[in-house]
Write a protein that binds this ligand. Structure first.
Ligand code: LER
Ligand code: MN
Length: 273
């Protein structure tokens, strides 16, 4: 397994950047000093900055593990203009994921606690409309991903962020419906901690579908700064032969320059056990 960390292109994203450096290239240099194996690139500004990103990755000899988000709006927005803009951004981001030679695009299809689509009962309720559109979109996008040799890495998130895919089982079910190897799961320990009954058991059950992992503690701080027992999850990932990356996507409690190296040691010890 490879240890990774999310970094942005122009500073800051969903979480504050923990790597020091004013530019992406400088942050890659910090990443190497901290013994990470690869980087997860936050997708915002990737289209605009692609040439300098490719140059920075090459100059620092840092592989791109994958890219995360960076699309406008929600893929399952009720407003068709927002939905289609987002869908087009997915096409672009898949190409960019291939350009940086990464595994693929990490994404959450909808941040909303209830369905956004109209109720078309008795034909379809809002949830069925959402799922119908999602499966249709995934059919088209997985064809593109297959041609490019990258994956769509669907991330189940907790119920307070989405009503749609909360567990690995939810994601596995739709992957089965779509039926493409280019659609895989991103398993995030923060969300699994809230939604899975037994993280180790879920990983063993759906491990063959896991394409990426976000590693973060119970309180969304760095691994080692909360109360998650990572051992059962890491052991299960080893058992299923997971070879992708574990990417830090979290906040730091304290000065990142001091606490980030401690978390890296914490993670490396867990992985070596
Ligand atoms: C959202 O909570 C999350 O975990 C991220 O990976 C969003 O892209
Ligand atoms: Mn995540």
């Amino acid at each position: 397994m490879k240890l990774s960390i999310v970094s942005s292109l122009r500073g800051g994203f969903y979480f504050p950047d923990m790597l020091s450096g004013d530019t992406f290239r400088e942050r890659l240099a910090s990443l190497k000093r901290l013994n990470f194996d690869c980087v997860e690139i936050w997708g915002k500004w990737l289209k605009e900055d692609i040439d300098s990103v490719v140059a920075a990755l090459k100059a620092e000899k840092v592989p791109a593990g994958n890219i995360c988000s960076g699309f406008r709006g929600n893929l399952l927005a009720a407003d068709s203009e927002e939905r289609m803009t987002c869908f087009q951004d997915f096409h672009d981001l898949l190409e960019l994921a291939a350009r940086v030679e990464s595994a693929g695009l990490v994404f959450v299809p909808l941040f909303a606690r209830r369905p956004q689509m109209p109720d078309m009962s008795p034909w379809m309720d809002p949830y069925e409309v959402e799922m119908g559109i999602f499966v249709d979109m995934m059919g088209k996008l997985t064809q593109r991903a297959e041609a490019l040799g990258v994956k769509l890495l669907l991330e189940p998130v907790n119920r307070y962020e989405t009503h749609l895919f909360n567990t690995l089982e939810d994601a596995a079910r739709v992957i089965d419906t779509v039926g493409s190897d280019a659609l895989r799961i991103t398993a995030d320990f923060f969300h699994m901690n809230l939604e899975e009954a037994d993280i180790g058991a879920s990983i063993r059950q759906y491990g063959h579908l896991i394409g990426h992992v976000h590693i973060v503690d119970s309180n969304r701080y760095l691994p080692g700064q909360g109360h998650t027992d990572f051992a059962p999850g890491i052991t299960a990932l080893k058992e299923v032969g997971y070879e992708g990356s574990l990417s830090l996507e979290c906040f730091a409690r304290g000065n990142p320059e001091e606490v980030l190296p401690k978390s890296v040691t914490f993670m490396k010890n867990l992985l070596e056990k």
